[in-house]
Design a protein around this ligand. Structure first.
Ligand code: ZN
Length: 59
């Protein structure tokens, strides 16, 4: 059996879960890339974003 679509189901943006964009991989957009960067920079500090992003960090 050959799979017609080689896209892996796990190829999603770790921030919002949307399909990744090659330009911003492993994220889907520049916004998500920035969000991740901010998270990384601020560490455990919480950023107040008006975004109801309920992500699940499997850490
Ligand atoms: Zn995203």
């Amino acid at each position: 059996m050959t799979a017609p679509s080689p896209s892996a189901p796990s190829a999603k943006c770790p921030i919002c879960g949307r399909p990744r964009e090659a330009l911003y991989r492993p994220f889907c957009s520049r916004r998500c890339a920035n969000l991740d960067l901010q998270r990384w920079l601020t560490g455990r500090y919480r950023i107040d974003q008006d975004d109801p992003d309920a992500d699940e960090d499997a850490e």
